[in-house]
Write a protein that binds this ligand. Structure first.
Ligand SMILES: NC(=O)c1ccc[n+]([C@@H]2O[C@H](COP(=O)([O-])OP(=O)(O)OC[C@H]3O[C@@H](n4cnc5c(N)ncnc54)[C@H](OP(=O)(O)O)[C@@H]3O)[C@@H](O)[C@H]2O)c1
Length: 430
């Protein structure tokens, strides 16, 4: 058996604690499978005296996580502090500079600094592994880096945030309003006290940025990803979607377009029978489309101590076994740095819900705006008949350009008889 790989772990919270427990519990099995032991040499967290439910005394304690990057007896630094900047970024940069491999679960850090970190790591000849940063326990990074390496990836899309999926799944099952379900999710611990980052789609966008860089060999900038959250999805929309044969899901979608890579996060109507529509509750799911493989679908737990520790341990084991690869497969210096394909230029079909005063001529006015813009209607439902009162009108369009649809919505919203802002949800062909 080879010499042990010696690791230092910064951050002993949900994920870090899980990693320590998993590595100790599976010490023998991992040693056999890796051909060498994984030895935790040193750890760091903010509060040394905190009760963690496991014994930290076998490991050297360092108060400043940066010290881990400087310890000669450490081969690999595991960053589980969190945050795109600050101590996590400093630690990763210093570890690379000192020639140490890095494993991280930090999606914010990789989404914001991935290409720069990748370049530094590749120049230094060290590996950065980040399986746990995307979809927790699902080995989708590994699938893209290894199992699908020979493919030309054309599109990938995923449910990458368990909080949003829990809320949308519960709204469909219970018929309750968004705010009620969110409040319950917070009580149950499925949503943060400040849920804006999750429900606004930004967490999904972090993970999508990472997957898009990897799948398309592009230096995708998080700031350039189109992001729309689920706050405006109502129980009525979920009900109408269901009648039309769809479920509403928050998807992160990246695709190769004629003018570059497109990356967007927004609620979508997806056919009920599609595998991604079956991913319910807090689970995550990712579909990858490529040639020659076709469509591959991954589903599993996207967060939590066990699944995330499983992914971190797998990255550590890979490095222990000598697996060395570029951070995004494509060397960082060769990543495609063109801007993302313009969101406004993408085409798709749309679900549009209008709240209109039920009076003669309203539908004709709406149809005229759409017709003048060249938008053809696949179906139109008017629910209820209440003269001079608001009623819901639901329209499905045929294929249309995003920029055209934006103008249509603006013009329809300006009609006197349209009494609420139009609700638009994109229909994703899956
Ligand atoms: N939780 C999940 O399910 C999950 C899933 C996927 C990815 N992730 C990612 O994993 C990372 C860790 O998440 P987590 O949920 O484990 O967070 P957490 O429970 O809040 O743990 C953070 C840890 O970092 C330590 N820490 C904070 N600031 C520090 C500093 N300045 N110096 C040293 N240590 C410091 C904390 O110390 P104390 O314990 O002493 O306070 C704590 O042990 C994040 O990047 C997160 O995005 C988490």
């Amino acid at each position: 058996m080879s010499d042990p790989i010696r690791i230092g772990i910064a951050g002993l919270g949900t994920v870090g604690g899980g990693v320590v427990k998993l590595i100790e519990a599976s010490r023998n099995a991992l040693a056999v499978r890796c051909g060498r032991e994984i030895e935790i040499r040193a750890v760091s967290a903010k509060n040394k005296s905190k009760e963690r439910g496991f014994d930290v005394s076998p490991y050297a304690w360092v108060d400043d996580p940066m010290a881990l990057a400087g310890l000669d007896e450490i081969d690999l630094v595991v960053e589980l502090i969190g945050g795109a900047e600050g101590p996590a970024l400093d630690l990763v940069n210093q570890a690379i500079a000192n020639g140490k491999h890095v494993v991280t679960a930090n999606k914010a850090l990789v989404a914001h600094h991935g290409p720069a970190i990748a370049k530094a790591a590749e120049e230094k000849g060290v590996t950065i592994a980040y399986e746990a940063a995307v979809a927790g326990g699902i080995p989708v990074v590994k699938a893209l880096r290894e199992g699908l390496i020979a493919n030309d990836i054309t599109r990938l899309y995923g449910i990458l945030n368990g909080t949003c999926n829990y809320i949308l799944s519960d709204m469909e099952q219970s018929g309750r309003a968004f705010a009620d379900v969110l409040a319950e999710a917070q009580r149950l611990g499925y949503a943060e006290a400040d849920p804006a980052f999750d429900i606004g789609g930004f967490d999904t966008a972090h993970k999508l940025t990472i997957l898009a860089c990897l799948a398309f060999g592009a230096a995708v900038k998080f700031e350039d990803v189109y992001v729309e959250g689920i706050e405006h999805v109502t129980a009525a929309d979920i009900g109408f979607a269901s009648e039309l044969g769809y479920r509403v899901k928050l998807l992160g979608i990246a695709s190769r377009e004629a003018d570059g890579v497109a990356a967007r996060v927004h609620p979508c109507l997806v056919k009920r029978e599609a595998p991604i529509a079956e991913v319910g509750g807090v689970m995550n799911g990712v579909t990858v489309e490529g040639a020659p493989v076709g469509v591959t679908v991954f589903e599993g737990p996207g967060a939590g101590e066990g699944p995330t520790a499983s992914a971190v341990a797998a990255d550590i084991a890979d490095i222990a076994r000598g697996l060395r690869q570029n951070v995004y497969l494509t060397p960082a210096k060769d990543l495609d740095t063109r801007p993302l394909a313009a969101f406004s230029g993408l085409t798709g079909t749309y679900y549009l819900r209008l709240t209109v005063i039920d009076r003669p001529g309203v539908i004709a006015a709406v149809s005229k705006i759409m017709g003048d813009a060249g938008v053809s209607i696949e179906s139109l439902i008017q629910r209820g008949r209440k003269p001079e009162e608001p009623v819901a009108v639901v329209i499905q369009t045929h294929e249309v350009r995003e920029s055209v649809m934006a103008e249509v919505i603006r013009d329809i919203g300006a009609l006197d008889a349209v009494v609420e802002p139009p609700c638009l949800i994109r229909i994703e062909a899956v």
